[in-house]
Design a protein. Structure first.
Length: 72
């Protein structure tokens, strides 16, 4: 599944989350290392050496990600 947002796009697979930003940066994380923060509309990856967060545009985008990945 691909979700577009103002800074680029998020690509979701059963095992991995990829964030491709319009400025050329690409971020990767395993699904098990990704969390969602509803109140801040944030997608957060935190797994030791991997640490990044992305602010989404709408709560609908966050809900789509949570549903697709089966995370809370």
């Amino acid at each position: 599944m691909i979700i577009a947002f103002s800074a680029g796009k998020i690509i979701l697979t059963p095992f991995e989350v990829q964030v491709r930003l319009d400025n050329g940066c690409q971020l990767y994380a395993m699904v098990d290392d990704v969390k969602c923060h509803d109140d801040a509309l944030m997608l957060v990856a935190d797994a030791g050496a991997v640490r990044w967060n992305i602010k989404l545009d709408t709560s609908e985008q966050l809900q789509e990600i949570k549903q697709e990945l089966g995370i809370g």
